[in-house]
Design a protein around this ligand. Structure first.
Ligand SMILES: Cc1cc2nc3c(=O)[nH]c(=O)nc-3n(C[C@H](O)[C@H](O)[C@H](O)COP(=O)(O)OP(=O)(O)OC[C@H]3O[C@@H](n4cnc5c(N)ncnc54)[C@H](O)[C@@H]3O)c2cc1C
Length: 390
C-alpha cells in the first residue's frame, strides 16, 4: 500500500488530521489497532475548548455537537465549605467550554470518513516504522492476520502515550520531561442527571473530587485516590459515600444513580522534544500528557494536528518545508502553557500524601486569591477556555 500521509491511531489527533488533510486534497490512510466498537465507546475526556469547537464547526463536523452538546459559561471551585463561581465567559470576552464526550467526537469523525469511503483500517496494529530518516518511510502493520506495509511520504504518529511511533526515533534524538503525581483519579460514569449545571472542582481535606457531566442524563464524577488504587476496593456505595463527603455543601444535593463504568487512571505530566524526527511527526498523547485537571488532553491533540495539517498542505502545494520544519516549535509553545496550567490546577486542588499544614494553608490561600481577585480569576478562565494566541 502507498499513501501520502500514513496516520497511526484513530483517536482525536489521527482522525482530525485525516479530516483536515482530506478537505485540502491530501491523501491519507489511518491505521487503528483496536476495533471500531472499542474506540467509539472509550470514555475519556469531555471538555472541548472554544478553539476546538470552532475548528470542528468550520470544517463541517459539528452538526451533532451543536444539537447535543452542552455549552458552559462557568465552573465552580469548592473549598472550605463554600462554592465560588468562576465566570469563564464574562472573564474572557464571551468564550466558553463545550461538554461533548471524546467518544462522540470520535464517532462523528469516523462516520464522516467512512461515509465517503476513505481508508480507515480497524484492528490494524502498527508494529514498527522503517526509514523515518528517508523520504520513503514505511509503517509495518498487522491486519486480518497478515503482516503488511504502508509506504508514505510522511508518517503522523497519533498513537497515544503507549504507541510505537515515539519509540521508533533513534536513541538520543528526543528529550523527555516528566512529572509523576503520587495519586490517580477514580472516574465513574453514572446514569443520573447531573447535580449541577456546571463542573465543580472540589478541594477537600480528604482529597480532590470533581463533579462533571456528559449529557442531561449522564454524570461523570472523579475522586482522587492512590496512584495504584485497586478498583476492587471501591464498591459503588463506597464511591458515592466518599463523593458525598468531598463534594458536600449545605443546601446542595449530590444525586446518586447506577454506575455504568468505573476505572482508575494514573496522573502524569510528560513532554518530548522535539515532536518530530525526519519524516515522522508526533501529535497528541504520543508527544505529551497532562494530568486531566486542566481538561487539556484532547484539546492539545486537536491543536497539534491543526498545525501539522497546515504545514503539510503548504508543503504539498508549494514545496515549502518551513511549516514542517517549525512544527515542533509551534506546538510546544501551547503544550508548555497547557502543561503549566494543568500542573498548577492539579497542585492547587489535590492533597499529596506528604501534604502538611503549611502546604494546606498555601493551597487555601491560592484558592481564596483566585476566587476574590478578578485578575487571578481571569488568568484561570483564559487558560481553561483555551488561549487563542498561543
Ligand atoms: C484512560 C484515559 C482516561 C482519560 N480521561 C480523561 C479525562 O477524564 N479528561 C481529560 O481531559 N482527558 C482525559 N484523558 C486524556 C485524553 O483523552 C487524551 O489526551 C486524548 O485521547 C488524546 O488523543 P490522541 O488522539 O492523541 O490519543 P488517543 O486518544 O490515545 O488515541 C491514540 C489511538 O492510537 C491507537 N494506537 C495505539 N497504538 C497503536 C498502534 N501500534 N497501531 C495502531 N493504532 C494504535 C489507540 O488504540 C488509540 O485509538 C484520558 C486519557 C486516558 C488514556
Amino acid at each position: 500500500m502507498r499513501t501520502q500521509v500514513g496516520i497511526v491511531g484513530a483517536g482525536p489527533a489521527g482522525l482530525v488530521l485525516a479530516h483536515l488533510l482530506r478537505l485540502e486534497g491530501v491523501e491519507s490512510v489511518v491505521l487503528e489497532a483496536r476495533s471500531r466498537e472499542h474506540v467509539e465507546h472509550r470514555v475519556r475526556a469531555g471538555v472541548l475548548e472554544q478553539g476546538s469547537v470552532d475548528l470542528l464547526t468550520e470544517t463541517g463536523l459539528a452538526d451533532r455537537l451543536h444539537r447535543e452538546a452542552l455549552v458552559h459559561h462557568g465552573i465552580e471551585l469548592r473549598f472550605a465549605g463554600r462554592g465560588h463561581r468562576i465566570a469563564l465567559s464574562d472573564l474572557t470576552g464571551g468564550r466558553s467550554i463545550t461538554i461533548y464526550g471524546q467518544q462522540e467526537v470520535v464517532k462523528d469523525l469516523i462516520a464522516a470518513r467512512l461515509t465517503i469511503g476513505l481508508p480507515l483500517l480497524f484492528e490494524a496494529e502498527a508494529v514498527g516504522l522503517d526509514g523515518v530518516g528517508s523520504d520513503r518511510p514505511t509503517i509495518r502493520f498487522r491486519h486480518e492476520g497478515a503482516g503488511r506495509e504502508l509506504e508514505c511520504d510522511v508518517i503522523a504518529g497519533c498513537d497515544g502515550f503507549h504507541g510505537v511511533c515515539r519509540d521508533s526515533v533513534p536513541d538520543g534524538v528526543l528529550s523527555a520531561f516528566t512529572r509523576e503525581y503520587p495519586y490517580g483519579w477514580l472516574g465513574i460514569l453514572a446514569a443520573v442527571a447531573p447535580s449541577s449545571d456546571e463542573l465543580i472542582y472540589s478541594n477537600h481535606e480528604r482529597g480532590f473530587s470533581l463533579h462533571s457531566l456528559r449529557s442531561p442524563e449522564l454524570s461523570r464524577l472523579y475522586l482522587q485516590v492512590a496512584q495504584e488504587e485497586d478498583i476492587g476496593e471501591w464498591p459503588d456505595d463506597r464511591i458515592w459515600a466518599e463523593l458525598q463527603v468531598r463534594l458536600g455543601l449545605d443546601g446542595w444535593t449530590l444525586h446518586e444513580g447506577p454506575i455504568l463504568e468505573k476505572g482508575v487512571t494514573g496522573m502524569r505530566s510528560f513532554v518530548i522534544e522535539p515532536m518530530q524526527h525526519g519524516r515522522l511527526f508526533l501529535a497528541g498523547d504520543a508527544a505529551h500528557i497532562v494530568p486531566p485537571t486542566g481538561a487539556k488532553g484532547m484539546n492539545l491533540a486537536i491543536a497539534d494536528v491543526r498545525i501539522l495539517a497546515e504545514a503539510l498542505v503548504r508543503w504539498y502545494r508549494t514545496g515549502d518545508p518551513a511549516g514542517l520544519d517549525g512544527y515542533s516549535e509551534a506546538c510546544l509553545r501551547r503544550v508548555w502553557r497547557a502543561e503549566h496550567f494543568s500542573w498548577w490546577m492539579t497542585s492547587m486542588l489535590h492533597r499529596a500524601p506528604d501534604t502538611d499544614a503549611f502546604d494546606r494553608k498555601l493551597q487555601l490561600a491560592q484558592l481564596e486569591y483566585v476566587c476574590t481577585s478578578e485578575a487571578a480569576a481571569r488568568s484561570l478562565a483564559e487558560n481553561y477556555v483555551g488561549l487563542a494566541h498561543v
